[in-house]
Design a protein around this ligand. Sequence first.
Ligand code: 6PG
Length: 243
Amino acid sequence: MGQRTEIRRVFADVDALNRGAAEELCTRCTGAVERQGKCSLVLSGGNTPQGLYQLLAREYRERVPWKNMDIYWGDERYVPHNDPKSNYRRAREILLDQVPIEPTRIHPIPTSSPDPEEAARSYESLLRQKFTGGRATFDIVLLGVGTDGHVASLFPGSTALQERERWVVVTSAPAPPVTRISLTFPALNAASEILLLVSGVEKSAILLELERANKGTGSPLPVSKLSPAGPLLFFVDRQAAGA
Ligand code: 6PG
């Protein structure tokens, strides 16, 4: 893997961070559609991106090429899609039900099978049909980071961190909902760009450890294994930056 291009932008507060992320997404998605007629966007779960999703559904609604967008998820809690904890449900309510996107271009991680392994393999099969070149070349992957340094549902100590072949696996979270479906690093790192949103003082320790890791000590944190084909953008507010 080539040397990753890591770019950090610090914003005054979470509102400015969300606006910066909305601008980046509009630019990236519009450029992808101009180049290739479509754009594949991977959404994140968790709380951090909720403000961004609201901006994309309202103020930035007309600046996203929704009719040419394909929407995926980086991870999912293994709960029904109508469960309040579902990443899919939260993204639909706040964003996708508010914008002119074709339902056939929304690709949730399935959670209806009694066997989560079947769901993981089914999603991987879908991805391999969509990305036929053997790499999950998403145009942009949106991620948050947990206070333990996890990204998507790739948690510290998980064997999934060492996965090198599969694109989608079942993982276990330290907090309920325990069963998760997650993209792996081979899938995440095939992306043309990763946009990672970090907000709040509770995330400052993670960023400090990453700074130390970048100075050569290395880090076991899952987030430190992000190394996309294109830019890795950290959009951080002052609280998380410790500024
Ligand atoms: C999830 C997310 C998860 C999230 C981090 C950060 O399913 O919860 O995919 O990886 O991005 O846990 O969560 P917050 O944004 O709520 O801090």
